[in-house]
Each structure stands twice: as C-alpha cells, then as structure tokens.
Design a protein around this ligand. Structure first.
Ligand SMILES: [Ca+2]
Ligand SMILES: [Ca+2]
Length: 269
C-alpha cells in the first residue's frame, strides 16, 4: 500500500480551515472602520485645458486621497498625510473634448475605503485643434543628415521628428493651479524626408487658445537618439493667442536666424 502524504496534508488543512471558520466573520468585518467623503464641484464651465476645482470633505477623515482622470491603472495621483485630514482641495485639467470618467478614492490601510466616480463633458470652448504640421525649410534640407550613407543615397536625408511641449495645469492637491511644461506629443518619423507633413487630426491634439506650446524638430537616428535640426536653443515657442482675432486656418512660423520655417494647420472653435 502506498502512503499518500499529500492527501493526509489536505485533510489536515481542511480540518484547520473548518476550525478557523468557527470565528465569527461578521463580527470581525464590522470592526473595520469605514471612510466617507463628499465631493464639491466648484466649476461652472468644463473646457479644454481649463483648470477644474473640487473640494473633498470627510467626517471620518482620511490619510490618503487619490485622483485618477481615466483608468486608475494608467495614470493617477495621490496625496498622503501622516495623520487624518478632513478636507482637501484638488485641481486638474483635461485636454480631450468629450466625456471623461474621473475617479476620486481614499487609499488608507486597514479601513474600508471609499470611491466616487464623476462624469465630465469637456467642451471645445476657446480651443484649437492641430490638424497638421508641415516643415517648409530647415538647415541642410535635402542634404546629408546621416553622413554614413553615400551622397547619392536617399538614406542620407533627415528622418524627421518633432516633440510638442505643452504648458498646462498638473494634477494638484491644492486650491491653486500649478502650471507645468511636459512632453505632450511625440510625432511619427518621416523617413528620409519622404514627406514633410505630419497629419495630426487623429491624434486629438486640442489646446486652449491661450496655452503656450513649444516645438522642437529633429533628425531621428534610431534607438531614441537624434539630433536637433537647429542650433541651440532647440525649441520654438508657438503662441496662438496673437492669431485669435483673425483665426487663420494655416499659420506660418519662421525663425530666419536659424533657417527654420514651418506651417501649422488648425481648426478654431
Ligand atoms: Ca542623423
Ligand atoms: Ca536618413
């Protein structure tokens, strides 16, 4: 006869589980403190890039309050205190028009936390959408940006990219807005100047007309390495505010000292 050690062990485990289930579960759960909070929406308009303000108040108090603009797995922000607080202010902004689900939740240890979901509709009031960007001229255009290739090879031509930096309000647990500049969009690569136009309509690049952008163009050398297409400073500031009366659908920007010229097609709302 074969002695089955594992089945003896499972019987023993079952016995232990059965014994421990004698503990009254309901009583244990009722001892876990429950967090509660209320949300006060302090906003009258909800538009692209516009700071939105919320006030959180709690009768139970909380140590950690978190905010997730969309999917909490992807992007969230938390405020942590050493001891319980009973109110907190929060501001943030969103830049894609349409419906957004945002979530507020507490994240305290050893308590029953609370979560509240809010739906917001962001409008295009005072917004612009970037439709396309075209490089018209840049230093050494049609020349060798990849000199490892021969003078006749089209591989020598620039593999064009750009990055857009946007200055906008970050998620801030405060009643005051804190503006930060961050990388907003990194373009696709236009291999060997095969085209000089990036089509951007499907990228959902919306901004408030007063929002400042900076753009820098480069030649992509692969593996995240590239070279700026103009001399330092590499960034060019784009300010749409000065066009907001005329509202042209195409705007040409130029830095004659650097030999840079490009056009942005936009839609004004
Ligand atoms: Ca290169
Ligand atoms: Ca190339």
């Amino acid at each position: 006869m074969v002695f089955n050690y594992s089945s003896v062990l499972s019987v023993l485990l079952l016995f232990l589980v059965a014994c421990s289930s004698d503990t009254p579960d309901m009583e244990t759960n009722s001892e876990i403190p429950k967090i509660d909070f209320q949300l006060e929406d302090l906003n009258t308009t909800y538009a692209v890039d516009q700071p939105l303000f919320y006030r959180i108040t709690s009768s139970s108090g909380f140590k950690n309050i978190c905010f997730a603009p969309e999917d909490p797995e992807l992007f969230y922000s938390c405020l942590s205190h050493g001891s319980s607080v009973f109110s907190a202010d929060l501001n943030f902004s969103l830049d894609t028009p349409g419906l957004h689900d945002v979530t507020f939740y507490t994240d305290d240890p050893n308590v029953e936390n609370e979560e509240k979901k809010v739906q917001l509709t962001i409008s295009t009031e005072n917004a612009i959408q970037l439709k396309s960007i075209t490089l018209i001229d840049f230093p050494n255009k049609d020349g060798a940006w990849d000199p490892e290739f021969s003078d006749t090879s089209e591989e020598r031509l620039a593999d064009l990219v750009f990055g857009l930096l946007k200055t906008k309000s970050a998620i801030e647990f405060s009643d005051e807005v804190d503006y930060d500049q961050y990388l907003w969009h990194r373009s696709d690569i236009l291999i060997n100047q095969g085209s000089l136009t990036w089509l951007l309509t499907d990228k959902d690049l919306f901004l408030n007309q007063n929002t400042r952008l900076e753009i820098d163009f480069g030649d992509d050398d692969g593996n995240g390495i590239g070279e700026p297409i103009v001399d330092f400073p590499y960034s060019f500031t784009i300010d749409f505010k000065e066009y907001s009366t005329e509202k042209p659908s195409s705007i040409i920007f130029e830095d004659t000292d650097k030999g840079l010229k490009f056009m942005i097609d936009v839609e004004w709302f």
